[in-house]
Ligand binder design. Sequence first.
Ligand SMILES: NC(=O)c1ccc[n+]([C@@H]2O[C@H](COP(=O)([O-])OP(=O)(O)OC[C@H]3O[C@@H](n4cnc5c(N)ncnc54)[C@H](O)[C@@H]3O)[C@@H](O)[C@H]2O)c1
Ligand SMILES: [Zn+2]
Length: 350
Amino acid sequence: MASPRLILPEGRLSPLARLNRYLKSSAFAQSRFFIFVDEHTYSHCLSQTVAQVESLQDAEFIEFPVGEEFKSAEVAIQVWQSLMESGADRQSVVVNLGGGCVSDVGAFVASTYMRGLRYVNIPTTLIGMVDAAIGGKTALNLAGVKNVVGTFHMPSAVCVEPSFLTSLPEADVRAGCVELLKTLVVGGAIDEMPSTGWKRLLTVDNISTALRIKASVVSRDPFDRDVRHILNFGHTFGHAIESYSLAQQRPLAHGFAVGVGMLCALYLSVRKLGLSQRHYDCFHSWISELMPLPHFSLRDAESILQLMHHDKKNADGNLLCVLLQDMGAPAVDVPVDDMEVRDALLAAVK
Ligand SMILES: NC(=O)c1ccc[n+]([C@@H]2O[C@H](COP(=O)([O-])OP(=O)(O)OC[C@H]3O[C@@H](n4cnc5c(N)ncnc54)[C@H](O)[C@@H]3O)[C@@H](O)[C@H]2O)c1
Ligand SMILES: [Zn+2]
């Protein structure tokens, strides 16, 4: 799969102005454009985009309902129908203008309509910029199970305009910061971390660095068979914590669940792989500044452990986790036994 063109904030021209140039190239001479938005990106991001990208001035836009519960087959069917009614053909190009929910469904629709249309991602959330918009994984949820339906289909380009973050609610910025931190740490782009001030993490440079790290890992393993697993740091614990919080009717945003998951993974990294305690302590202060940390009882820990076993296990019944030997030195498939999981859940998050 060809890697996407990355249009990042650098140089004199804005990313949208450079997207404008890119879409004027002969590769798109025959193309009609369809912009996918949700209600929030329609009101906060569409006019700025259309004003700067001439090729999109005559584009049709299709509005998705907001949120995770609409990453569904029903919505995908509606969007296929809208494309068909508008006469979209194989030359048509989809532009996903939104966060991870818009790009997951939009990319899925693009990958399946007429056996695959080209598409461009313009992420408007921090999670979109550092994670969801890059990597070619498309996704729908089914029967309450996240991302169970999907395809691999690379975007032609990803255009990151950081000014879109100014209207993003702070909780979404904080949740995105956790994923930003994850990628910077796994990719070795952070060594020393100041103990406070999470907003210092949120720089245009860090966003671009995280995006490049992810793009480079994906280019080495586009189908997520081996190397790409390092990006799951914090996610074996995180997914189970997210599901558990949903079942308890106290839903924790994905980014926050991953923040707790990273703390657990770091706690085990200190004990099993000799990561320095100082790194764990730094993380602990960052994560606890970014979000209120939950407190797990023994019963909570047991339920989360069971959910983790649903997700992944090796032949001996151990869980396999991504841990860190050092900043930028992840180790994949480290076996972790049930005692260690319980210990991490009870002791790491305090
Ligand atoms: N495909 C992948 O590789 C991948 C990776 C990470 C996450 N994801 C998926 O991404 C989703 C989470 O991403 P998300 O947090 O971006 O979700 P989202 O798209 O639901 O966006 C979060 C909220 O912010 C609003 N919003 C978006 N941009 C805005 C802006 N500029 N100003 C104001 N409001 C804005 C949205 O309407 C929504 O209410 C999950 O479904 C997750 O599974 C996918
Ligand atoms: Zn994640």
